[in-house]
Design a protein around this ligand. Structure first.
Ligand code: CA
Length: 220
């Protein structure tokens, strides 16, 4: 998943960024409200972690402008301790959840998983798709009960497809959600990883839709 992390405290930003990457996410970071506003308007993110106290434009204003502009990605806000009215204002501005600083990294990751799941209409940590079962908490995918041996790129790609069963996903969309580095971001990369996944899965599970992209065959 592609996550936007907005935090101006460099130490906290580095810690959260590392934890998100470790959890298999692609992370983009902003340390001020202006960059955050721009990134959130221009780039499709699967979720955002947004500190409210930011230089430039404050987090509440950023969030309000995203929502006013029709951006619906799930947003988890980070608020200062004992500042209850900040939480209320954040939720009023369109936040989906909040965390009070200081927090445990495990809690942040769990809340993000829950937000991403809810955004896709799933109620539990596990997502089933035909013979495939995704456990996003353990970062594991099994086929008919057997855990697949996947590289991190293969895992991210297949997990993303499983969050959108039956939908045609273009190479560009897949690239945007799965790769952080420009050198990884050409559409041939996706073809290579799809080919590798097909060797590990029943061949008919991932369909090529000519000229449009790929589709994970959903339940009938
Ligand atoms: Ca701050």
């Amino acid at each position: 998943m592609r996550i936007l992390l907005v935090e101006d405290d460099p130490l906290l930003a580095a810690q959260v960024g590392a934890a998100l990457a470790e959890a298999g996410h692609v992370v983009e970071q902003a340390d001020n409200g202006r960059d955050a506003l721009y990134l959130g308007e221009e780039t499709p993110f699967d979720a955002v972690v947004l500190d409210l106290g930011l230089p430039g434009i404050d987090g509440l204003t950023v969030l309000g402008r995203w929502r006013a502009g029709g951006r619906t990605m799930p947003v988890l806000i980070l608020t200062a301790r004992d500042n209850w009215h900040e939480k209320v204002a954040g939720i009023d501005a369109g936040a989906d959840d909040y965390l009070t600083k200081p927090f445990h990294m495990e809690e942040l990751l769990a809340r993000l998983r829950a937000l991403i799941r809810r955004a896709h209409g799933h109620a539990s940590d596990a997502i089933a798709c035909g013979p495939l079962l995704l456990d996003s908490r353990a970062q594991r995918i099994s086929l008919a009960g057997r855990t697949l041996a996947l590289t991190s790129h293969e895992y991210r790609l297949l997990a993303y497809l499983m969050h959108h069963p039956g939908q045609v996903l273009s190479r560009q969309e897949l690239t945007e959600h799965l790769y952080a580095q420009d050198f990884e971001r050409d559409s041939n990369t996706i073809e290579v990883f799809i080919a590798r996944l097909r060797k590990k899965l029943p061949a008919e599970l991932i369909e090529t839709v000519r000229g449009l992209g790929y589709r994970l065959v959903g339940p009938p």
